[in-house]
Design a protein around this ligand. Structure first.
Ligand SMILES: [Zn+2]
Length: 248
């Protein structure tokens, strides 16, 4: 009897502890949020192929890198996972970019826009000839119908365009223009989303994917706006808002 009583006394706290552990685990399973969604941010172009040249002669890659950094910070603040692709400037193979994003929930390629070469005019901002065109401005978004997750890609692009508009940014219409642009068909006109089916980074992505032209850097006024920290932050915040809306 004594032995048995001693045994019971000794086991009671142990059983109690087990119950506590089981309760705690059950609570954690329900209380913990689902794994954070991950966004792959692709920095458009590279050091060797720098994309457009701005009205003041700054390579597009530099603008893309700066905005990707801002977007990364904003997404992380919102509790989302972020994977930045091409930040070192050595990624030249377009198909490798979506491959590097494997496992992410969304692929966003970040760019800044220009216009056809023949529509650029020469000016001398610092004694050096540079080229500009102030007649085009605004953001553009592109999705590919060859992406296996086209519907989700469009939903995300539309949500981002909507959030940008709510923040006061204006979608560009010039890609749809037959003279200034390339008669590119709208996928969602009010929110500035176009079809661009053959875009390599979008069609090779296994996850929803979109390409974002944040602004036109051959426009002399818009280029200066794209440099402003407050503007970059506002774009990044709109990006986060759109991403959260479409990934939920
Ligand atoms: Zn670009």
């Amino acid at each position: 009897m004594v032995a048995c009583a001693a045994l019971d006394v000794a086991r009671e706290p142990e059983i109690l502890l087990r119950i506590l552990w089981i309760t705690a685990f059950a609570w954690m399973a329900f209380a913990l949020p689902a794994a954070a969604k991950e966004v792959a941010l692709d920095v458009g172009h590279s050091i060797a192929t720098q994309g457009a040249l701005s009205a003041r002669g700054v390579p597009e890659f530099e603008y893309n890198l700066a905005l990707a950094g801002e977007a990364r910070a904003a997404l992380e603040r919102a509790g989302l996972g972020v994977r930045v692709i091409g930040a070192a400037g050595d990624t030249q193979d377009l198909a490798s970019r979506p491959r590097l994003a494997k496992g992410a929930d969304l692929f966003i390629s970040i760019h800044h826009d220009s216009i056809k070469e023949r529509l650029l005019q020469v000016w001398q901002p610092n004694g050096e000839p540079q080229r500009h065109n102030d007649s085009v401005s605004g953001f553009s978004l592109f999705v590919s119908r060859e992406n296996p997750r086209f519907a989700s890609s469009l939903a995300c692009a539309s949500a981002i365009g909507r959030a940008l508009r709510a923040a006061g940014f204006v979608p560009s219409r010039y890609h749809a223009d037959p003279v200034l642009g390339e008669s590119r068909e709208f996928a969602d006109e009010p929110n500035g989303v176009h079809f661009f089916d053959r875009l390599a980074v979008l069609r090779h992505a296994a996850m929803p994917a979109l390409l974002f032209e944040a602004g036109v850097i051959v426009n002399r006024v818009e280029e200066l706006r794209m440099r402003e920290p407050g503007v970059k932050r506002a774009i990044a915040d709109a990006l986060v808002q759109g991403v959260r809306e479409c990934l939920n």
